[in-house]
Design a protein around this ligand. Structure first.
Ligand SMILES: [Zn+2]
Length: 272
C-alpha cells in the first residue's frame, strides 16, 4: 500500500512531458520530417491529427512555401503531453526572371487539354492514397544516379508572370538507365503515355508518403504490384514533354510536394 502510494506521488510530481519526442533534421521548407514518439501517443501538427504508427513513428511534410512556424502537440497515452514550437527554415529558390520573350505560347486543342487535366487528376488521386503500410520508415535510396539537372522549387517568371514551380528533382541519365524503387511500396499508378509526363509511375510508401517518376521510356511494374527497395521499376526516357533523357523524381506527403534531395540525402558517387 505504501509502495503504491509512493508510486502515485511520483507520477503526480512528474513533469507533464514524460514521453519521448524526437524529430529528424532539417526542419525547413520542402523537408520530410520523421518523428518518433511513444506508441499510443497522439500527434497534431498545427491542430491537424497526424497518423502515428504502432511503433510511434510518424511523418509530415513541409511545403515549398511553408510558414516560418509550425506547432506540434503530442498527447501521451498516460494523458501527459508536450508542445514543440518548430522554427521552419526558409529557403532561397532558383528564380529566373525572363522578360521580352516573343509570344510563342501554343494553346492546346480542347481534346489534348482535356487529357492533360485527366492525367493531373489521376496523379492527384494516387498522391492522396492513405495506406497503413510502414514502408515509409525505410530510409530512401536514390532511384537513379547522375548529374542533377533540375532542382526542387525553381521557378521561371516570364514577362512578370510566374510559372508553376518545379516540384521535383531531375536526374540526367542515359536513355534506358534502370530506375530503382527508393524504398519498398505499392504501385498506385502506372501509365505509359501521359501527355506532358510521358511514362508515369506513382509508388505509395504508406502514411501518405508517395513518389512520382515521369518521362519513363519503359515501365516494369503494374498497378497494384508490391515493389522491394532497389527493384527496377522502369527506365529513364524523354517521353512526354522532356528536354532530354532524365528522371523527374517527385516525393509527396499527400498532395504536398517535398524536395527529394532532402529526403534521399547526398547522392553517393556513381559506380562505373
Ligand atoms: Zn523535372
Amino acid at each position: 500500500m505504501i509502495r503504491l502510494l509512493g508510486l502515485f506521488l511520483m507520477l503526480a510530481a512528474a513533469p507533464a512531458f514524460a514521453g519521448t519526442l524526437e524529430l529528424s533534421a532539417p526542419i525547413e521548407q520542402g523537408a520530410l520530417v520523421r518523428g518518433q514518439t511513444d506508441p499510443g501517443a497522439k500527434v497534431m501538427l498545427d491542430g491537424k491529427a497526424l497518423r502515428v504508427a504502432p511503433d510511434g513513428h510518424f511523418i509530415f511534410g513541409l511545403p515549398r512555401n511553408a510558414p516560418a512556424h509550425a506547432v506540434l502537440d503530442v498527447t501521451f497515452a498516460d494523458g501527459g503531453g508536450t508542445r514543440r514550437d518548430l522554427a521552419v527554415v526558409a529557403r532561397t529558390y532558383d528564380i529566373q526572371r525572363i522578360d521580352g520573350l516573343p509570344e510563342n505560347q501554343v494553346t492546346p486543342d480542347p481534346e489534348t487539354f482535356g487529357r492533360v487535366l485527366h492525367d493531373i487528376a489521376m496523379i492527384k488521386t494516387a498522391h492522396a492514397v492513405d495506406s497503413d503500410r510502414l514502408d515509409f520508415e525505410t530510409p530512401f535510396l536514390w532511384p537513379v544516379l547522375g548529374p542533377i539537372s533540375g532542382v526542387f522549387g525553381s521557378q521561371r517568371i516570364l514577362d512578370g508572370e510566374p510559372r508553376a514551380p518545379h516540384l521535383g528533382t531531375d536526374i540526367a541519365a542515359p536513355p534506358s538507365t534502370p530506375v530503382k524503387a527508393p524504398a519498398p511500396g505499392t504501385v498506385t499508378l502506372a501509365e505509359p503515355d501521359f501527355v506532358l509526363d510521358g511514362g508515369t509511375l506513382v509508388i505509395d510508401h504508406g502514411y501518405g508518403l508517395s513518389t512520382l517518376y515521369i518521362h519513363l521510356s519503359k515501365i516494369a511494374v503494374r498497378k497494384g504490384d508490391r515493389v522491394a527497395q532497389g527493384q527496377v521499376i522502369g527506365a529513364v526516357g524523354a517521353t512526354g514533354r522532356a528536354t532530354g533523357p532524365n528522371l523527374h523524381w517527385g516525393v509527396y506527403w499527400y498532395g504536398t510536394a517535398l524536395d527529394p534531395m532532402l529526403v534521399a540525402g547526398p547522392m553517393p558517387p556513381a559506380k562505373n
